[in-house]
Design a protein around this ligand. Structure first.
Ligand code: PFF
Ligand code: NA
Length: 453
């Protein structure tokens, strides 16, 4: 079964449950785990943020993964096409189509800054592999990253290479091939993370690092940190911006959603936690500021590669695997728009992908410049990169989740969800339905409200 050789989302199925899990995990596991989770945890004080994040994964992220996939699987179109069909079929307000429009656009906005970070990872493959960091100290590693941010043309180049790589894969429809590669590259990333964890525990400041990550300090729990934890939980699982909906449209009908969502959530969470455990002992051992921001991974891990035996090669491999994980997430960011364009515009997949990729690259150029030439232009203290990162994860994706929960829990008949989740026992279904109807909309609403006042 191929999801990609045929441009139509309607007729194709992924071969097996495992293939879907692989694709969904490919979307979920990415920069959000290795780059964003550590920097958000660092910026929001550590333990309390991590606890909230874990709770949100369990009570909002995983159930919403089920909801989103369910809608796509039932309608079997692009997200915009699916929501159109759904409002007609169930005779509900056209308003609900906003979920798909907002999500499709949010995914493209994410792509624009996401591929800038992926570009850093590509650049660092060569920086690390060439031995630039070998034997150097934290100060040097930090200065390399400052220079990275100060050189817009270099960043645009790598950002371009990464975008072109993703566009090439989506356009050529070789997603199946990539899934096969992921089948062994993802376990490899996992193993390499374990190695980094071992190294970090052996050489870093373990007490300070793990204490920071796992000690619950209630005084750190501001409403801003709670929103960031929610944002990180939905961002890391790719829920709320219809990426999972488009993957759901390729999913075979009989597959079990509940256990699939739990598997994806568990895999994603373990990668994030391992990344945190690998990074923070190094951060504290070398006096790096945990709240250093988006560069945290790039100023900490190379220190380990600098004095680890064979670190030049381990480091290069590590950044290669991060880039691969980023590509498999980026694919799902372009797919909702590409699927819709091929659906209605009678346009080839290649052309649609090229157009969409050019737009996200261009917006990404703005993000690149926000680190240097445009650094004076800020809104609420945030440049374009930070602003797009914040708005997508902390506003658009939670809002998308809230609307999808209201759609499935209130606008659609109960029988819709019951039919989609026929594998669940009465009790499990009742719990899931309660979460969807009350917990998610109310929870997200309260968090939004307290962040406004
Ligand atoms: N979940 C991805 C990550 O953690 O890196 C990022 C992402 C992919 C977010 C796809 C949203 C999305 F639709
Ligand atoms: Na993730």
């Amino acid at each position: 079964g191929s999801a990609s050789t045929n441009s139509s989302a309607v007729t194709t199925h992924w071969g097996s449950r495992l293939t879907f899990i692989l694709a969904a995990t490919g979307s979920a596991v990415g920069l959000g785990n290795i780059w964003k989770f550590p920097y958000m945890a660092g910026a929001n004080g550590g333990g309390a943020f991590v606890m909230m994040y874990l709770a949100f994964i369990a009570i909002i992220g995983a159930p919403m993964l089920m909801n989103e996939v369910m809608v796509g699987r039932a309608m079997r179109r692009s997200p915009i096409g699916s929501m159109l069909k759904m409002t007609e079929q169930y005779d509900i307000a056209k308003f609900w189509r906003a979920i798909a429009w907002m999500g499709t656009i949010a995914a493209l906005v994410i792509m624009s800054f996401y591929s800038v970070v992926a570009g850093w990872a590509l650049d660092y493959i060569f920086k690390t592999g060439s031995g630039l960091f070998s034997g150097r100290d934290a100060e040097f590693v930090g200065s390399v990253f400052s220079q990275e941010l100060a050189a817009p043309v270099n960043m645009m180049f790598w950002h371009f290479i990464f975008t072109a790589l993703t566009v090439g894969i989506v356009a050529a429809g070789v997603i199946d091939g990539l899934e096969k590669a992921l089948r062994f590259l993802m376990p490899l990333l996992f193993l390499l993370l374990l190695l980094m964890v071992g190294y970090s525990l052996a050489t870093g400041d373990v007490a300070a690092g793990l204490g920071f990550l796992f000690t619950f300090k209630p005084e750190d729990l501001s409403w801003g940190a709670v929103l960031s934890a929610l944002g990180q939980a939905v961002f890391t699982l790719s829920v709320g911006c219809v990426s999972m909906m488009v993957y759901g449209s390729y999913m075979a009908p009989g597959q079990k959603l509940g256990s699939t969502a739990v598997s994806v959530a568990l895999l994603d969470t373990s990668v994030a936690l391992l990344a945190g455990i690998a990074i923070f002992p190094i951060v504290f051992a070398h006096g790096i500021e945990p709240g250093a921001g988006p560069g945290l991974v790039f100023v900490s891990l190379p220190i380990a590669f600098a004095d680890m035996p064979g670190g030049q090669f381990v480091g290069a491999l590590f950044f290669i695997l991060i880039a691969v994980a980023a590509v498999s997430s980026s694919i799902s960011l372009l797919e909702p728009a590409v699927a819709r364009m091929t659906e209605v515009l009678n346009m080839s997949r290649a052309k649609a992908t090229l157009i969409v990729g050019s737009c996200t690259w261009l917006l990404g150029v703005g993000c690149v410049l926000s680190f240097n030439a445009w650094s004076d232009y800020t809104i609420a203290g945030k440049g374009l990169f930070d602003l797009l990162d914040y708005i997508t994860a902390n506003v658009l994706m939670p809002l998308g989740c809230m609307l999808i929960a209201l759609l499935v829990g209130w606008a659609l008949p109960r029988s819709f969800a019951r039919g989609q989740l026929s594998e669940l026992s009465q009790r499990h279904f009742a719990l899931w339905y309660f979460i969807t109807r009350y917990l998610v909309p109310f929870g997200v609403g309260v968090i939004f409200l307290f962040n406004l006042v």
